[in-house]
Design a protein around this ligand. Structure first.
Ligand SMILES: Cc1cc2nc3c(=O)[nH]c(=O)nc-3n(C[C@H](O)[C@H](O)[C@H](O)COP(=O)(O)OP(=O)(O)OC[C@H]3O[C@@H](n4cnc5c(N)ncnc54)[C@H](O)[C@@H]3O)c2cc1C
Ligand code: SF4
Length: 473
């Protein structure tokens, strides 16, 4: 612990955003990093508590007090090595992790947690700028072949760990580029995609071979992949979106959020849209149904398109603005969260609202009929109202992985939510030498959980192949 009285002397200071009026004109990131001195000061606020709750608050168990101390003492390279020992991709989490670590920080008892995520991002960004992040190829090869299906954060983390353990790793990805939802879901303004490209370059230099535009189970039989490898890791995500099958669902103008977001990410990167139906919010009244990250990303993207208005609907009741620390700390609290996209749009958010019907004329969406619901999800009598809408984006989450193709062909057992059944110790599915991790195993989740599962799954695969492993869990 560098500065014993740091938390008493220095207030929490976090990164700021560029002004909304400027940032909505482009799709670039808009976070303004702290200066080196300010970052060191913030790191010095870490109390190095006897029990660092942040270790468990962070799903990859980042050793936060240790690298805070190293940053405070200006030992950035050692801080980077420590950070990489638990997290393959801190530049992703340092940008888009919701930071459950900060919720569990002891200083959060007074709403002043250490700016952990900002410090994490500063360490890894500096590491790249200084040229400290270099390929780490294995010293010896094992001669074992591993296939990883899917190149989202889970597949990438598993592949990197397994390649560093000396295995020949082949990643099969149905899209033209790696990254999964990091690339095709999360907008560039939250995370620019060159960050994925430079990690992929590092992994290629470490020996990982990427096979793009190969939909396993469609373009190739998954049984051939299993036969040709010593182990197979399923990391295909949970891509089956939750639908809203109510009258008018077929109207032109009602779309899944992911169709809208993926198109925009492809536009930004110059990739073909892969559809004849471009979706634009320009000049439209947009209604986003669903209140999570995906909903927020739809709002930010609609604003950048030039929507006339953006309204968000959420079926759940409005959560409290402030949590009761005594009830929730050190866990992740349920409370009202306002994203940068909400700030940009000034978008009205309606809670406890159920959409009953999409309204239209000549096959084209014109509005929605909604009702209010009470705490038991029962309709409130006489609460029906109509919202004008030219574009509705369904952002109600994902139900499960896609069953057709890969999973059907493989015949692995699924759990009662339709995810691939596998535990978090051995990560093996019900098919021999087939493992599963990330959203495909745990259901829709977070990038940091995908990284954790990819790392732990790699540990399990290495143990399975070699009878022993040095890979961390
Ligand atoms: C719009 C949106 C915003 C989000 N924002 C955040 C956020 O801000 N912070 C956060 O932490 N999390 C966020 N998430 C969640 C996060 O992105 C996911 O939890 C995470 O990406 C899951 O990682 P994964 O590797 O398991 O799966 P994915 O990222 O879904 O990757 C799966 C990959 O497998 C490929 N694939 C699937 N089937 C096959 C096949 N048969 N053959 C070949 N390839 C296949 C897919 O093309 C894809 O590339 C967001 C999700 C969405 C949709
Ligand atoms: S990965 Fe997420 S939870 Fe872990 S330290 Fe970073 S911001 Fe916190």
């Amino acid at each position: 612990m560098g500065k014993v009285t740091g938390f008493l002397e220095i207030d929490r200071q976090d990164r700021k955003y560029k002004p909304a009026a400027d940032r909505i004109r482009h799709y670039d990131e808009f976070m303004i990093p702290l200066s080196e001195e300010a970052t060191k000061n913030q790191a010095s606020r870490c109390m190095d508590c006897g029990i660092p709750f942040c270790h468990n608050g962070c799903p990859v168990n980042n050793q936060i007090p240790d690298w805070n101390d190293l940053v405070y003492h200006g030992e950035w390279k050692r801080a980077l090595a420590n950070l990489h020992s638990t997290n393959n991709f801190p530049e992703f989490t340092g940008r888009i992790c919701p930071a459950p670590c900060e919720a569990s920080c002891t200083l959060n008892l007074q709403d002043q947690p250490v700016t952990i995520k900002t410090i994490e991002c500063a360490i890894v960004d500096r590491g790249f700028n200084e040229g400290w992040v270099v390929p780490e190829p294995p010293k010896r090869k094992t001669g074992r072949r591993v296939a990883v299906v899917g190149s989202g954060p889970a597949g990438l983390a598993a592949a990197q760990q397994l390649a560093r353990a000396g295995h020949d790793v082949h990643v099969f990805e149905k899209n033209a580029k790696a990254g999964g939802l990091l690339r095709y879901g999360i907008p560039d303004f939250k995370m620019e995609k060159h960050l994925i490209d430079r990690r992929v370059a590092q992994m290629e230099a470490e020996g990982v071979i990427f096979h793009y535009e190969v939909n396993v189970g469609v373009d190739v039989n998954v049984r051939d992949i299993v036969a040709g490898h010593d182990a197979v890791v399923l990391a295909g995500g949970a891509e089956n979106p939750r639908d809203l099958p109510i009258p008018g669902r077929e109207l032109r103008g009602v779309h899944f959020a992911m169709d809208f977001l993926t198109q925009q990410n492809r536009r930004v990167s110059g990739e073909p849209l892969a559809t004849n139906e471009p979706i634009f919010a320009t000049g439209k009244h947009v209604v986003v149904i669903g209140g999570g990250d995906t909903g927020s990303d739809c709002i930010g993207t609609s604003v950048r398109h030039g929507a006339l208005s953006v309204t968000q609907l959420e079926i759940m009741p409005e959560p409290p603005v402030k949590e009761s620390k005594l009830l929730t700390w050190p866990d992740w609290p349920l409370k009202l969260r306002t994203s940068s996209s909400h700030d940009e749009a000034g978008a009205p958010r309606h809670f406890s609202v159920l959409t009953k019907e999409f309204l239209g004329k000549d096959g084209v969406l014109t509005g929605l009929r909604c009702v209010k619901v009470d705490g038991k999800m029962q309709e409130v009598p006489d609460s029906s109202f109509i919202l004008r809408a030219d574009l509705v984006l369904l952002a109600m989450g994902f139900v499960s992985p896609i069953r057709e193709g890969l999973l059907e062909q493989l015949g692995v057992d699924l759990d009662n939510r339709g995810n691939v059944a596998a535990d978090t110790r051995a990560y093996n599915s019900t098919r021999e030498k087939v493992f599963a991790c990330g959203d495909m195993r745990r259901g829709q989740s977070l990038v940091v959980w995908a990284i954790r599962e990819g790392r732990q799954c790699a540990h399990a695969v290495d143990l399975h192949l070699m009878g022993e492993t040095n890979l961390p869990r």
